[in-house]
Design a binder for this molecule. Structure first.
Ligand code: ADP
Ligand code: MG
Length: 329
């Protein structure tokens, strides 16, 4: 069983950033409003994520660490219709098979008088349940990632590179969930401190904190709707992007994606208006009826398939073309 977990862990747990991604998705699924991430040594020494979500019942704590224990699929029909980010029920099991994991939680249910915790480390089978002082919500602490799989540990890059990937995971989520508060600390230093953002001004403020003030300075805010599609967000003029590394975030119905059709439409618009399509920088949100897009092509690959590719491409091209032409220097 543990071996099966370790094998499965290869798919989910490639590096510290993949742990952070899975744990953040769990916190979002649990309805958290505030999520705090603490990392040491690029995540290989410690990853701790605390949320104020619905928590886990005492009875379900140990179960949460076992394989295919998911509370998110009630029946097979659900598989077709997954709203929550996680649904495979193997992240915690996989992570705990290659680390020392502590899961502490206090559920929102009134029947639980206090918090509880379980610990699991690598091959050790049965997690032991103990009382824990914990406010409502959940903390997952992952220490010494890959301590028992040295071959995989060898594949980790430098501390800064691994932390950079974690930072990227947090940023991606922070840019799609404005209504949640986030913090990120690395080696005791605060990297992000983001308050929940409701108004457009607050969202803009978050964009500045996440993408940097230079991005905001050169960006225009757009919000365009046509034929059932809506595109909003921030597009940058190349005055910014030429001197900066690529900064490209594109969300479809709240999910970050990388898509050829989207890149093509964006590039085309830049090229048409500014005579070159190099390094466009943007944070954009496309919203459309769920029936018009297939986002479950692969749970981890950030791919989508639009039902009407031509419609989406033309809409993106036209919207960006107009936005860029309006502000062309
Ligand atoms: P999945 O998310 O695919 O269901 P996981 O292994 O990631 O599988 O988590 C197993 C289960 O543990 C979840 O279905 C959920 O019930 C519970 N769980 C994990 N993390 C949290 C959290 N932060 N808050 C509340 N429940 C959680
Ligand atoms: Mg999960």
């Amino acid at each position: 069983q543990r071996l099966a977990n370790q094998i499965a862990a290869g798919e989910v747990v490639e590096r510290p950033a993949s742990v952070v991604k899975e744990l953040l998705e769990n916190s979002v699924d649990a309805g958290a409003v505030r999520i705090d991430v603490e990392v040491e040594q690029g995540g290989s020494k410690l990853i701790r994520i605390r949320d104020d979500g619905q928590g886990i019942n005492k009875e379900d704590l140990a179960l949460a660490l076992s394989r295919h224990a998911t509370s998110k699929i009630a029946d097979l029909d659900d598989l077709e219709n997954i709203a929550s980010l996680g649904f495979r029920g193997e992240a915690l099991a996989s992570i705990s098979s290659v680390s020392r994991l502590l899961l502490a939680s206090r559920s929102a249910d009134a029947v639980d008088s206090g918090g509880w915790q379980v610990e699991a480390a690598g091959q050790e089978m049965t997690p032991t349940l103990a009382p824990a002082a914990h406010p409502q919500g959940t903390t997952v602490e992952v220490r010494d990632l890959f301590f028992n799989t040295p071959a995989r540990k060898k594949f980790l890059r430098t501390e800064n590179t691994e932390f950079g990937r974690i930072d990227e995971v947090v940023k991606r989520l922070a840019l799609s969930r404005f209504e949640l508060g986030f913090s990120l600390r690395h080696n005791q230093r605060t990297v992000h401190q983001l308050q929940p953002a409701q108004s457009i001004q607050e969202k803009q403020r978050r964009i500045g904190l996440v993408c940097g003030p230079a991005f905001l300075e050169h960006a225009v805010y757009i919000d365009i709707e046509a034929s059932g599609l809506r595109l909003w967000g921030w597009v940058c003029l190349p005055t910014f992007s030429r001197s900066q590394p690529d900064l490209q975030y594109f969300y479809v119905n709240g999910r970050v994606i990388r898509d050829k059709l989207v890149s093509h439409a964006v590039k085309q618009a830049y090229r048409d208006v500014l005579f070159h399509g190099r390094h466009p920088a943007f944070v954009l949100y496309l919203e459309l009826q769920p029936a018009l897009v297939d986002v479950n092509v692969h749970p981890t690959k950030h791919e989508v398939r639009f039902r009407d590719q031509r419609l989406v491409h033309d809409f993106l091209f036209r919207s960006l073309h107009k936005a860029l032409a309006d502000v062309r220097p």
